[in-house]
Write a protein that binds this ligand. Structure first.
Ligand code: ZN
Length: 158
């Protein structure tokens, strides 16, 4: 990767959240049970006793409360329709996790007179923001600094 620090042979990214990080195969996440195999973390259908042990990037973010994306929901509409919006958020997360188990919601908390959703990945934050806009209209803005993996979305409907 251009601009990325290089190391000796066998060097691995020291960013514990970096999802392209290579692990021995198979490796099991001791916290959530995901299995690292064929180059990515996946739902394990069976126990693999010989698997190496590690903590997957999503669990690390949960432990550290270190999001990869944020969605801030603002406006009176959000308060009035909160249960519907929350159901949509939960359904979207569940659907995303089925195929990409590292995509998780870290928290949903009141913030700045709105609700803040923090996610493990920028991808899930974008997915949630777009799903909310497509179901509930309103205005969605996406903020991401060049070269920064972190994404912030703000959705508003008054
Ligand atoms: Zn895990």
């Amino acid at each position: 990767m251009p601009g990325e620090r290089r190391g000796q042979v066998g060097w691995e990214s020291d960013n514990p959240y970096y999802e392209g990080k290579k692990h021995r195969e198979p490796t099991v996440c001791v916290r959530c049970g995901l299995l690292y195999r064929d180059g990515h973390w996946q739902w394990a259908e069976e126990v693999v006793p010989e698997a190496a042990r590690a903590i997957c990037p999503a669990c690390r973010r949960e432990i550290d409360r270190y999001p990869g994306g944020y969605v801030l929901l603002k406006g009176a509409y959000c308060t009035k329709h909160w249960q519907e919006i929350l159901n949509l958020i939960k359904n979207q997360e569940e659907e995303a996790r089925r195929t990409r188990p590292l995509h998780r919601i870290l928290w949903i908390e009141p913030r700045d007179a709105g609700m803040e959703i923090a996610t493990t990945t920028a991808h899930l934050a974008r997915r949630l923001g777009k799903a909310i806009q497509s179901a509930h209209k309103g205005e969605l803005s996406i903020h991401q600094a060049a070269g920064e993996p972190l994404v912030r979305l703000v959705w508003r409907r008054d």
